[in-house]
Structure formats: structure tokens, C-alpha cells
Ligand binder design. Structure first.
Ligand code: NAD
Ligand code: ZN
Length: 248
């Protein structure tokens, strides 16, 4: 019975360490398009690698800067949805919760989640392409690519195609997966590595795996429970049921 909410709730109630891994699907109901969906209008003529790689930045920094400026504004213009809020609420209903996200949009933080492990970086901060010096938030107005005091150009702190994930963040995420009693995989296609490895790591050491996604993914066959549907529907339902159990 893979759609068994009661079994999922029983494991969540008994769990000490809960790990939540989120992907683009958790922000879909906020209106954030996936990378490919966003390649419309002005941007339709580019392939993702032409906008999101170190080579693209070297070739045309202003174009890449403008693309991220536009994506960042999109993120600022939308609000966290019921799924983000439910994850924040879940933090108070279990002894330990680690939130790992592949999203760069900052919506978990805006919903009140603290200490998000951002595997793919954040669109809201910049750093130097040459010397790595953190540059904080974007300049206002966004304008031309800012120049670092080393003479290098500033870039968004996003993990681009061909780049490694931040090693310290990945190590913390792996540590959390190794200690998880329950892992929730929410709104991720489970195709992008190494993030997609984390639920396997958790499962191997005995974690109970819950997947929330309207579509089956490569992870579904090993998930203990697959809650088929929207994150914004299932996560508030889980939180409501857990709170009710707490009060009972
Ligand atoms: P993905 O786009 O590959 O997959 C999204 C998954 O979410 C799919 O399996 C889809 O079925 C599911 N989904 C769609 N709507 C949903 C909903 N309402 N509720 C629950 N699930 C839903 O995303 P990914 O697995 O995160 O990997 C893609 C890469 O793109 C990542 O590297 C990520 O960093 C990046 N990305 C980030 C953002 C963001 O920050 N919001 C947006 C697009 C892409
Ligand atoms: Zn520099």
C-alpha cells in the first residue's frame, strides 16, 4: 500500500531525525517555472548550457547576468506556498528536522525555515567568478555585472552545469541522510545527481522513505510510501494530522 498516509504518519510520529529533500516541484505552486519552462520569450533561443555554465559566463557575462537578474526578480515576485509553510511547521512537530533543497529560489527561508542546506546555491547572493569572494546581495539597481576588488566579475552563487556542489553543504546533507529515521522526498524528479543519491543513502541505513510527487520517479520503486499529488496538498495534510496526533 504505497499511498498509505497512516503508515507515513506512524513513522513520522516515532521518528527522531526527519530529513526533507525538496526540488523544483515544491515551488511549482508558487508559479516558479522550471529551468526549461523559463526559456521562453526573449530567452527562447538559448539552450540551458548557454546561460548556466562557466563557459557561458566567460563568453558573455552580461547575458548570463541579465538572465539571472530576470530569474531572481521572478523569485522575488512570488510568495512561498502551502508546501513551504507546512515544511516550516513540521520543524516544530518532530524532534530534529534537516531541510535539504535543490532550489535556489529562497522560498523556504521566506516561509520561515532556518538552516536550509542549499545544494545548488542561491539566486539571491553573488560572489566573484575569479577569487570567490562573497559579494552579498545583488546591487540595486541590478544593471551591469559588478566588478570585484580583484578585478574579476561577480556572478550568482548558483551551481552551474559542469560545477561541483558546495562540498561542506553536500557533506552536511549526506550526514543528515545517514542519520535519518524518515526521509521525505518532495517535488524532485530524482534525476539530478548527487542530490538524487541522498534518499538511497537514507534508505540503505534503514530510513523510512516517503515520496510526494504527482508523477512516478526513479525513486518511487524503493519508496515505502508514495503520496501521489501536489506538495501543496499533501504536506499541509501531513502537518495537520501530526498536530492532531500530538494533541490527542
Ligand atoms: P525537476 O524540474 O527536474 O523536477 C520537478 C519534479 O517536481 C518533477 O518530478 C514533477 O513531477 C514534480 N512536481 C511538479 N509539480 C509539483 C507539485 N506541485 N508538487 C510536487 N511535485 C511536483 O526539478 P529538480 O528535481 O529539483 O531538479 C532540477 C534542477 O533544476 C535542480 O538542479 C534545481 O536546482 C534546478 N531548479 C530550481 C528551481 C527553483 O529554485 N525553484 C526551479 C527550476 C529548476
Ligand atoms: Zn574577486
Amino acid at each position: 500500500m504505497k499511498d498509505d498516509l497512516d503508515t507515513a504518519l506512524a513513522h513520522l510520529t516515532a521518528a527522531r531525525n526527519v530529513v526533507v529533500l525538496t526540488g523544483a516541484g515544491v515551488s511549482a505552486e508558487s508559479g516558479i517555472p522550471t529551468f526549461r519552462e523559463a526559456l521562453t520569450g526573449l530567452w527562447a533561443r538559448y539552450r540551458p548550457e548557454e546561460l548556466a555554465s562557466p563557459e557561458a559566463f566567460q563568453e558573455n557575462p552580461q547575458r548570463v547576468w541579465d538572465w539571472y537578474a530576470w530569474r531572481r526578480q521572478l523569485c522575488l515576485d512570488v510568495a512561498p506556498n502551502a508546501a513551504h509553510h507546512a515544511i516550516t511547521a513540521l520543524q516544530d512537530l518532530v524532534p530534529e528536522l534537516v531541510l535539504i533543497s535543490q532550489n535556489v529560489d529562497g522560498l523556504h527561508q521566506r516561509a520561515g525555515s532556518a538552516n536550509v542546506l542549499e545544494l545548488h546555491g542561491s539566486i539571491h547572493r553573488i560572489r566573484c567568478f575569479a577569487c570567490d569572494r562573497p559579494g552579498g546581495d545583488w546591487p540595486d539597481p541590478v544593471g551591469e555585472v559588478p566588478v570585484c576588488r580583484c578585478g574579476g566579475l561577480m556572478r550568482p552563487t548558483i551551481v552551474w552545469f559542469g560545477e561541483l556542489l558546495p562540498a561542506d553543504v553536500l557533506a552536511q546533507a549526506e550526514q543528515a541522510a545517514l542519520g535519518a529515521d524518515v526521509m521525505l522526498s518532495v517535488g524532485t524528479s530524482s534525476l539530478v545527481y548527487p542530490a538524487a543519491d541522498l534518499p538511497y543513502t537514507a534508505k540503505r541505513q534503514g530510513a523510512f522513505l516517503i515520496e510526494v510527487n504527482p508523477q512516478p520517479t526513479p525513486l518511487s520503486p524503493i519508496a515505502d510510501v508514495c503520496l501521489q499529488g501536489l506538495a501543496g496538498t499533501w504536506l499541509p495534510r501531513i502537518v495537520e494530522a501530526l498536530s492532531a496526533r500530538r494533541e490527542a
